[in-house]
Design a protein. Structure first.
Length: 647
C-alpha cells in the first residue's frame, strides 16, 4: 500500500543581491534527526528488497524489513499516539496500523514501503521548516551588532546595538551599515535602502532625513539620532511580520487531509465492527480477522491520497523543468485557488538595476552621443556607485574606448569629479527632476555643462503580457505594491495596465494591503523578490519569488520560486495548478468508486484477500497513472499557450 504521502520540497539556492542578503548557515539535510532516521529506514528497505527479490531466505531479509519499520515508523507512530492522547485520530496512526496490518497478513514489503514514504516525507518537511528559520535568523544579520555612539563630550564609544536607546547620537562611517532607525542630524551621504523599500538606487540622505537600521551607508559620514528602540526597528519588524504571517497561514492542508480525521475514525470503527460482529455471531477468529484486514486494506485511503498527490507532484516536476520551483503539493494546490494578484515593482515588474536609456549632448559641446557617454564613463569608472556602473556598462556595450581618469574624487549625494584627457569632468545628479521618473545625471567639462544621461530601472519585456494574463486568469487586474515613489510607480502602472497602484509602502504596509484584499474574501497571489517583500509573501494565500536577484528570505518564505526569472512563468504555473486540481477531482471519483465497490463486496459477500489487494492496488495504480499525465511537455505548453491566448 502506498498512501498517506505528504511531500515538501526545499528550494534550490539562487543568487541574490549582495546588499539584500545576510550571509547565513543553511541547515543541511543530514543535520536533522528526521533525515537520519529516514535514510536508515530507506537503506534497510532497499537492502531487504534486494535480498527478497534475489531469492534469499526470510531470515536474511526479515530483520532488515523490521529495521525499516522501526527506524522509519517510530516517529509517526509517536505523533499518532500523542494525537490519540489529545482525543484525536490522524492519518499517521491509521497508516502505521495499516502497515502493521499488512505485515500481519503477509504484505510485509507493502507495509515497509509505506513506512519509508512516511519517513522521507517527514524529513523533507523538517528541512523546509529549518531552512525558513535559517532565513529569518539570517535577516537579523543585516543589522550590525555594534554601533559607534557619541558621548555628550564628543568622545566615540563602541556599544552593542541592543544597548542603544532613543535619543542616542550615532556616528555612521562610510561603507558601514546603519545601526538603528533614526534621523540624520549632520552630514550628507547616500543609503542603499533596498532591504527596506526595494528602491533600486541609493537615496541621498542629509539633515532631517530618516534612515533605517540595516541599510548600507555610502561614501559620506553621518551623525544620526536614534528614534526607535532596536527591538522596534523596521528590520526587526520584518522578522516579526514573517513569523506572525507564517503562523497565521499555517497549518495548510491538501483537500484530502482536511477530511482525514473523520475518515480515519470511520475506518477504525468500521474495521472493529467488521471483526467483532461476525465473531460475536460465531465466526472463527481467523476468518473474522482476515475479513477485517481485507476491509482495512480496501477501505484505506491509499487511492484517495494518491488521487491527490500524483497530479500535484507531476505538476511540480513539470514546473521545475521550466524554471519554477514549487516547494510542496500544498503550495501547488493553493496556486490554483488564487483570484487576485499583487505585484512588487523593483526586481519583479522591472529589472531591478539602472540602465542608460538616453544620451543627450548639448549643442555647442562638440560631442556626439558616443563622445559624451565615453567622457562620463571615464570619469565614473573608478566609482562603485550603481549609477556609475550603469554608465560604464553602457559605454562598454557600445565598445567605446575609455581614457584613463586621474585625481578622482566622489562627493556624497553630488557625484564624482575626475581629470580626463587634461579636462576636469564632473558627473552628478541633475538638480531638476525628470518629469518621466527617470534619473538624470549631468556632465560638465571644465565647469561647462556638455550634456545629460537618463537612467531608468527598465521594465521587463514580458511585464505587460504577464499582467494581462493574470487579469484573464483572475478576472481582475493586478495590484501594484511598491516601496518606490508614486511617480515611478505610476509610470510602471501605465506601461503594464495596472490602475490600482500603492506606492511608498514599507514592509508592514504591504502586509496590510494583502490582508485588506483578503478581508474582501480574495485569495491573493503576491509576487516579489526582496527582503521587504518577505512579510507579504508569507501573508498572502500564495507567494512567488523572483529567483535571480531574490533575497534569501524571500526565496525561503515564498511558496514558489521563478528560478529563471521569466515573469510569464507566473501565470503559466497558476494555470498548470488549475489543471492539476481538475485531475485531482477526476482521480477522487475513480478512487471513490473502487473503494465503494470493494467495501460493498467485502461486507455483502466474501471478497477474497488477493482480489481485494489487486483491486485496491489497481485503483491506486490507475489514479497514479492519470496524475502522471501532467509530466508531459504538452501540459506546460498548454498552460503557456492558454496564458498567451488569453493575455
Amino acid at each position: 500500500m502506498v498512501c498517506g504521502v505528504s511531500v515538501t520540497l526545499a528550494p534550490h539556492p539562487a543568487p541574490a543581491r549582495a546588499a539584500r542578503v545576510a550571509p547565513r548557515r543553511r541547515t543541511r539535510l543530514l543535520a536533522l534527526p528526521e533525515a537520519r532516521w529516514a535514510l536508515t529506514a530507506l537503506l534497510a528497505f532497499l537492502l531487504a528488497l534486494a535480498l527478497d527479490l534475489g531469492g534469499f531466505p526470510a531470515w536474511a531479509y526479515g530483520p532488515l524489513y523490521a529495521a525499516a519499520y522501526v527506524t522509519g515508523g517510530w516517529e509517526p507512530a509517536l505523533e499518532g499516539l500523542r494525537a490519540l492522547r489529545e482525543k484525536t485520530l490522524d492519518v499517521d496512526l491509521l497508516m502505521i496500523v495499516a502497515a502493521l496490518g499488512a505485515a500481519s497478513i503477509g504484505q510485509v514489503l507493502d507495509g515497509a514501503l509505506l513506512i519509508v514514504i512516511f519517513a522521507t516525507s517527514g524529513a523533507l518537511e523538517a528541512l523546509a521548516t529549518a531552512r525558513t528559520a535559517d532565513s529569518v535568523r539570517g535577516l537579523l544579520d543585516l543589522a550590525p551588532t555594534t554601533a559607534t555612539r557619541l558621548t555628550a563630550d564628543g568622545r566615540e564609544e563602541t556599544v552593542p546595538t541592543a544597548a542603544l536607546a532613543v535619543g542616542d547620537i550615532l556616528l555612521i562611517r562610510p561603507g558601514t551599515r546603519i545601526g538603528a532607525d533614526g534621523t540624520v542630524l549632520d552630514g550628507t551621504s547616500e543609503a542603499d535602502q533596498a532591504t527596506i523599500t526595494g528602491e533600486p538606487l541609493p537615496v541621498v540622505k542629509g539633515p532631517g532625513d530618516e534612515v533605517f537600521a540595516g541599510t548600507l551607508n555610502g561614501t559620506g559620514a553621518l551623525r544620526v539620532r536614534v528614534d526607535r528602540d532596536p527591538a522596534d526597528s523596521v528590520i526587526a519588524r520584518i522578522v516579526t511580520l514573517v513569523e506572525e504571517a507564517s503562523r497565521t497561514k499555517a497549518p495548510t492542508q491538501l483537500f484530502i487531509e482536511k477530511i482525514e480525521q473523520r475518515y480515519a475514525i470511520g475506518i477504525v470503527i468500521a474495521t472493529l465492527a467488521v471483526f467483532g460482529i461476525p465473531l460475536a455471531f460465531g465466526e472463527n477468529l481467523d476468518d473474522a480477522l482476515l475479513r477485517a484486514m481485507t476491509f482495512m486494506i480496501v477501505a484505506s485511503p491509499c487511492a484517495v491520497v494518491l488521487a491527490t498527490m500524483p497530479p500535484l507532484l507531476s505538476a511540480i516536476a513539470n514546473a521545475g523543468r521550466h524554471g519554477v520551483l514549487v516547494k510542496s503539493a500544498v503550495a501547488m494546490e493553493r496556486l490554483g485557488e488564487i483570484d487576485t494578484a499583487a505585484l512588487d515593482k523593483t526586481g519583479t515588474l522591472t529589472e531591478g538595476a539602472p540602465e542608460v536609456t538616453d544620451v543627450r549632448p548639448l549643442p555647442g559641446s562638440g560631442l556626439d552621443a558616443d563622445g559624451l557617454l565615453a567622457l562620463a564613463a571615464a570619469a565614473e569608472h573608478p566609482s562603485e556607485h550603481p549609477l556609475a556602473r550603469a554608465v560604464v556598462a553602457a559605454a562598454r556595450a557600445r565598445d567605446l574606448r575609455l581614457p584613463p581618469a586621474e585625481d578622482f574624487a566622489a562627493s556624497p549625494g553630488r557625484g564624482v569629479t575626475a581629470t580626463v584627457a587634461g579636462q576636469r569632468v564632473t558627473v552628478g545628479r541633475a538638480t531638476r527632476p525628470s518629469p518621466d521618473a527617470a534619473t538624470v545625471i549631468e556632465v560638465t567639462r571644465d565647469g561647462t555643462p556638455v550634456g545629460t544621461l537618463a537612467l531608468t530601472d527598465r521594465l521587463r519585456p514580458d511585464a505587460a503580457a504577464t499582467t494581462a494574463a493574470l487579469t484573464a486568469l483572475t478576472g481582475t487586474a493586478p495590484v501594484l505594491l511598491t516601496g518606490d515613489n508614486a511617480t515611478t510607480a505610476a509610470q510602471v502602472g501605465a506601461a503594464t495596465g495596472i490602475t490600482d497602484i500603492r506606492a511608498n509602502l514599507l514592509p508592514e504596509d504591504k502586509v496590510d494591503a494583502v490582508r485588506e484584499l483578503e478581508r474582501s474574501h480574495r485569495k491573493v497571489l503576491f509576487v516579489g523578490d526582496g527582503v521587504n517583500d518577505a512579510p507579504a509573501l508569507a501573508a498572502a494565500h500564495s507567494g512567488v519569488a523572483m529567483g535571480r536577484a531574490g533575497s534569501d528570505l524571500a526565496l525561503e518564505t515564498a511558496d514558489a520560486v521563478v528560478v529563471r526569472d521569466e515573469l510569464t512563468a507566473v501565470p503559466a504555473v497558476v494555470r498548470l495548478s488549475r489543471t492539476a486540481r481538475r485531475l485531482v477531482v477526476q482521480n477522487l471519483v475513480i478512487a471513490g468508486t473502487f473503494i465503494t465497490v470493494l467495501v460493498a463486496w467485502d461486507l455483502a459477500g466474501h471478497l477474497p484477500l488477493p482480489l481485494g489487494v489487486a483491486g485496491h492496488e489497481g485503483s491506486t495504480v490507475l489514479v497514479g497513472l492519470n496524475g502522471l499525465r501532467l509530466l508531459r511537455e504538452s501540459a506546460w505548453r498548454g498552460s503557456t499557450a492558454s496564458e498567451a491566448g488569453e493575455g
